[in-house]
Structures are given as C-alpha cells and as structure tokens.
Design a protein around this ligand. Structure first.
Ligand code: C2O
Length: 550
C-alpha cells in the first residue's frame, strides 16, 4: 500500500441553514467534512490541527485499528483531547477492509458538524464482487440544530431531562425542499439513463435511525459497514447512526421525463419526543437529448417515495434479517465456531438522583440516565488507554465490569421498582484472542427502545436476534454460524435482544456505546480492555510522541 496524507484544520465556519446563520466547527471550512480515500492496505495519516476553543478528538468509525489503538480517537478512552493550538497526527493502516466507513468527532456532541466519508477501495486490480458502477456517490445523512448543539446537550445534562430535538435532517449537509426556505439547499443526484451508480450511504445523524427510499428506484444492498453482503433488492433501507450501507442504483433505460424525490425520515421506537421531519433530495436525469434548460426540468412531474410508517418494526426486522455475509471463498465469513467467554449485557435507560437542582426534568423529578448492566459509565479525566499502558490505572478505572446483570429482572416485562443506576468507570478485561459471545438485551425501564450498539476496534458477527427476553436454553440453537452479517454497529431490537460473536484479536481499550448520542451522553457506554498477546505482533506498540496530554 501507499501512504495517504491529509491535513485537517479544525476551524469555525459560518453556515446558513433554515434561514439562520450559525458558526459551526468544521474541518478545513467544509461541511460536511472532506472525504478520505484510500485503498485496502494503505496507510492513512491525518494531521489534525485544532484552531478552535473546543477540545477535539476524531474517530475513524469502523476502521479496525489493528495494533493502532492510539489512533482510534474516543476522548478519554484512547486519548486526551487535542486542545486549542495543538496538533495530533492520526496514523493507521487499513487492513482487510474495503467499502464505506466514516470519520467523526468523538467528544461531547461535536460530531453534529464534524463528520465525513471514508472510502476504502479494494486493492489495485481487485474488482468489486458486482459489476463496476458507472459512478460512485457518497450520501451522508445528518441532523441540524438551529441552536448550538454543545448548549443543547449541556442543558439536558444539567436539567436531567431530554435534549431538544433537531430542526432538520440533512443529505450531504442540505435539508431540502420540505423545510422552510431550504429549496435552494437541496441535494441533487444527477444521473444518466441506463447506468448503475454505487451510493455510499452513511448515517451521521446524532439521535435517529432512518428509513431511506428513492421514488420508483429499487436499491440493491451490496455492502454494510465495509463488509460485502449477499446482494438483495429493497425499496427502502434502514440505517442506524454509525452504520454505512452501499447500494447499487440502476437508472431507467429511457429518459423518464420526471424527477424523483429521495427521502430519509426516522424509524422511531421510543416514547420520547423526536424530530419527525423528512429530508428530501432530488434524483434528476440529465436529458440525453440536449433538452437541458432548467426551466424544462422544473416542469417535469415529481414522484415521491412511499415510506414505511415511523414505528414500522416489522419492516426493520425483515430488513435486518435479509442481511447476510457474502461468505464466499474470496470473502469468507470467519464466524467463531467455538467461544471462550460469554457475556450478557442489559442495555437501556435508568434514573439518577438529582444533583444540581432540587427537581430534575426526568421521570418523577429524577435525572435521565442509561446504562449497560446497570453501570452508567463515567468518562475519566485522563485516557484509559494511557493509564493502562503506563500501568497507572489506580483511581482511573476498575477492572470489574459486571459480565451479567447484578440484579436480574424480567427485562421486557414489568420494570423493577428501583430504576437507579450506579455511576462508575469500569472496564471488562479479556485476554488476547478470546473468542467472545455477547448477548445484548434491551430493557423496559422507562420504555423499550432500539439501541444501535457500536464496538470500536472490532467487527462482530450478528448470530442471533429476537424479541422478548433472551432464552439461553432455546435461542442459541437457532444461531446462524454460517453467513451472519458482519458489522461494527447493530440495532438491538426494541424490547428484544441481539447476539454477536467476535475474536478479541486487537490489543487496546475499546469503547462500546449506543450510537444515539443522547443515550451515550446518559451513560449507555462501557469499555473493553483487550490484553496484549505473547508474540511481538500481538502487542500494542507504545504511543506516538505527540499523543495529547490531559
Ligand atoms: Cu461512531 Cu464511538 O463512534
């Protein structure tokens, strides 16, 4: 491979959306941020210079970071933040991955405006396992607030309630014609008839899983989270924050004399308030016959897609179950067939006593919280990986993360009377190369809700899923150990469970959290500590000399 060098200057930039100007944090003044392009096997070097007063870290979501945990990026997990006037060089190699991933800020809610695509092409001369597309187009969904998102989340945490919902969804940073004064800010996908396009779709929204459709144009899913899947056609796809999905779009053979809306809107499973608006973009055919004046196009009929209803969990289930690893000789599904350690995590909400105020805006005057196995993870003030590596973990974290819930209850039935979480910084320690099976169970505390769980540093195989309580006596018999989908982020079904397997072959401290940012902020997060192996190539190298200090 070769080395791909990028310079990312973090700076404030004025951007106008929904008729209001706002100063946002950007990379190089671009919103959405720049695209990183590399081939499998390349080294990526990103020099990040922070010119703003916010502390910054960047994360390369889904990049395996084999023995390069120092470049992973979650604040206070693998590194201290880059402070104003400071520089940090992220340096990693893309090993065994090709497809679409993305990068985003990984501190507080700054990823609201700091995000961009990562396109990993196959090695030179290696074709896609599908016909070569005519063109490739990144499509990133985002979420826009008129207010400063750092104020939105800090107010929510102070008052103990839920944060204000966003004012718009965006496609490639643009809200589109269904929002006030935004028709000029519409994403247009210009296509030619009779061609196949590869859409690299990324959900960078903070708090919403999304449905996406293009009117009169079925999509063929070919890859998720930078892993090829068995192709299947669908009118609509579901994508959670954190996930990426590559689809093929084949245009009509003849110029259709019409324009087509593409739309994204939320899949909602919880009880809370949400942004129920719709972002639209336009699929516009370039007229092959020189009838290309824009006034002509404006007069074309416009078709809109039929979207699933907001809470269509049966669509979500169906869609998720269609996803299978390609699993051929060239791209095998290396599902761990035997397991060394089994873990069971409850993921869901909880409450905390009100601290700053007498009465918080959460349930019964308490503060909203969220947890894994009842531990609401507290970020330390120094980075876990640095503490671990230097042998100074005392007072920073405890190594006794519970591997099963300490107080089991009927997870999807009546919630327990005591819904308080414990606040702690605990990690789960596993030896190098442990074959892990993890069952994640949603709970009914303060209402069931789908949680898109993301694990840093690993892909995992989704071997099973279901509704209600996981049944260890029955459910494993139905696990798919042949061609389960392999990915880095998966939605735990609302009021259900998901089972994943992975091999802990990557030494370091790896964050795991719900990719709905508000749930992460409430504490639905934890960290794995994967120990070094005994061979030299099984150990985490020492940190780079410019690693930021807290
Ligand atoms: Cu995409 Cu920990 O994040």
């Amino acid at each position: 491979g070769i080395t791909r060098n990028y310079q990312f200057d973090i700076q404030m930039t004025n951007v106008t959306r929904l008729c209001e100007a706002k100063s946002i944090v950007t990379v190089n003044g671009q919103f959405p941020g720049p695209k990183i392009v590399a081939r499998e096997g390349d080294q990526v070097v990103v020099r990040v210079v922070n010119h703003v007063s916010h502390n910054i870290t960047l994360h390369w979501h889904g990049v395996r970071q084999l023995r390069s945990a120092w470049a992973d990026g979650p604040a206070y997990i693998t590194q201290c933040p880059i402070q104003k006037g400071h520089t940090y060089v992220y340096n990693f190699t893309i090993v065994g991955q090709r497809g679409t991933l993305w990068w985003h800020a990984h501190i507080s809610w700054l990823r609201a405006t700091l995000y961009g695509p990562i396109v990993i092409l196959p090695k030179l001369g290696v074709p896609y396992p599908f016909a070569k597309p005519y063109k490739e187009v990144p499509i990133i969904f985002g979420e826009w607030w008129k207010a400063d998102t750092e104020v939105v989340i800090s107010q929510a945490l102070q008052t103990g309630g839920g944060p204000n919902v966003s004012d718009a969804y965006t496609i490639n940073g643009l809200p589109g014609p269904l929002y006030n004064c935004s028709a000029k800010d519409t994403f247009k996908l210009k296509v030619k008839p009779g061609k196949t396009y590869l859409l690299r779709i990324i959900n960078a929204a903070l708090n919403d899983e999304l449905f996406f459709s293009i009117a009169n144009h079925p999509l063929t899913v070919v890859e998720v989270d930078a892993v090829y899947v068995k192709p299947f056609a669908t009118k609509t796809l579901l994508i959670t924050p954190g996930q990426t999905t590559n689809v093929l779009l084949t245009t009509h053979a003849q110029y259709p004399n019409a324009n087509f809306f593409m739309e994204a809107r939320p899949y909602v499973t919880g009880q809370g308030t949400f942004d129920n608006s719709t972002v639209a973009g336009i699929l516009e055919y370039e007229n092959p016959k020189s009838l290309s004046s824009s006034s002509f196009k404006k007069n074309l009929p416009l078709y809109k897609p039929t979207m699933p209803v907001l809470n269509d969990t049966s669509f979500a289930t169906n869609f998720s179950e269609k996803l299978r690893s390609l699993g051929n000789a060239r791209y095998p599904a290396n599902v761990p067939q035997t397991i060394d350690r089994q873990f069971f995590f409850t993921v869901g909400f909880g409450t905390e006593p009100c601290t700053h105020n007498k009465t918080c805006q959460g349930p019964n005057g308490t503060k909203f919280s969220a947890s894994v196995n009842n531990v609401s993870f507290v970020l330390p003030t120094t980075a876990l990986l640095q503490s671990h590596f230097s042998g100074k973990s005392e007072g920073v974290y405890a190594s006794n993360f519970p591997i099963i819930p300490l107080n089991p209850f009927n997870y999807t039935g009546t919630p327990p009377n005591n819904t308080f979480v414990t606040n702690d910084t605990k990690v789960l320690v596993v030896p190098f190369n442990t074959s892990v099976e993890l069952v994640m169970q949603d709970t009914s505390i303060l209402g069931i809700e789908s949680h898109p769980l993301h694990i840093h540093g690993f892909n995992f195989f989704v071997v099973g899923r279901g509704f209600g309580n996981y049944n260890p006596a029955k459910d494993p018999a139905r696990f798919n150990l042949v061609d389960p989908v392999e990915r880095n982020t998966v939605g735990v079904p609302p009021g259900g469970w998901i089972a994943v397997r992975f091999r802990a072959d990557n030494p370091g401290v790896w964050f795991m959290h719900c990719h709905l940012e508000v749930h992460t902020s409430w504490g639905l997060r934890m960290a794995w500590l994967v120990l070094d192996g005994s061979l030299p190539n099984e150990k985490l190298p020492p940190p780079p000399s410019d690693l930021p200090k807290c």
